[in-house]
Design a protein around this ligand. Sequence first.
Ligand SMILES: [Zn+2]
Length: 277
Amino acid sequence: MPFKLHIILLLLGTLLAATTAASPTHSPVPGGIAIIPLPAGTLAASFQDNPVFITGTETQPFAIVGIPLNQPAGDANLTINGKRLAFEIMPKHYAEEHLTITDRRKVSPPPRDYDRIGRERREMLDVFASFSSMSNHELDPETGLAKVLNFELPVQGRISSPFGKRRILNQQPRSPHSGLDIAASTGTPVVATAPGIVAVTGDYFFNGKTVLIDHGQGLITLYCHLNTISATAGVKVESGQVIGEVGSTGRVTGPHLHLSVNLNGVRVDPALMLNLP
Ligand SMILES: [Zn+2]
């Protein structure tokens, strides 16, 4: 009996099924999200010279701050009207992963691909660096935070690679994993995690068929390796609206969705927005 129970718990732990939308988790670690109470009346704040997402009420505003993965633990500061508001970043250890990619061109691309890769990288970084004032201020009465922060699971599947893993591709160290991979069969619908405006769609060298959604105030989601895209740049999408299908386009070892979440120009752990283990 205990063995059977163990198996069931194991399955519950890895299989992601659609539930109600999650609210963001305060996790002030490298690659995490800090939810910081601000002095009454605060309308704007910045972290490392980037404006941050502000929500809450006039009497109790909050900053939703993305912390870079390479940020050392210890003291950090928000800047509010030229004044500093200190907060503490706790340490976190991320695991290491070895991957073998058979398409060598996708591991060490030949120089003829450099222009394309550079152009696509700039296009994505421009979106991540943007800070649009969108009407995302409607509050969830339970959390006191903007409803747009309550993310829906973008696809039903299994976590195949968590955020932050340090990756070694064919024995070559690469940047840590900047998103969350959810494995599912090709053709499984992918939905928008929250309402927003489709910023860009494209078919990228590394990321394959890709959609970027701007949810306002620097909160941006990225969906990669899609089989098909059913979203159009410049068009509004609702939470849970289908934007494409799971696929294996770009640099992949099998069909999955790569989801990245961006706050104040920083990629943070999507599991903190989706309330995943
Ligand atoms: Zn990924």
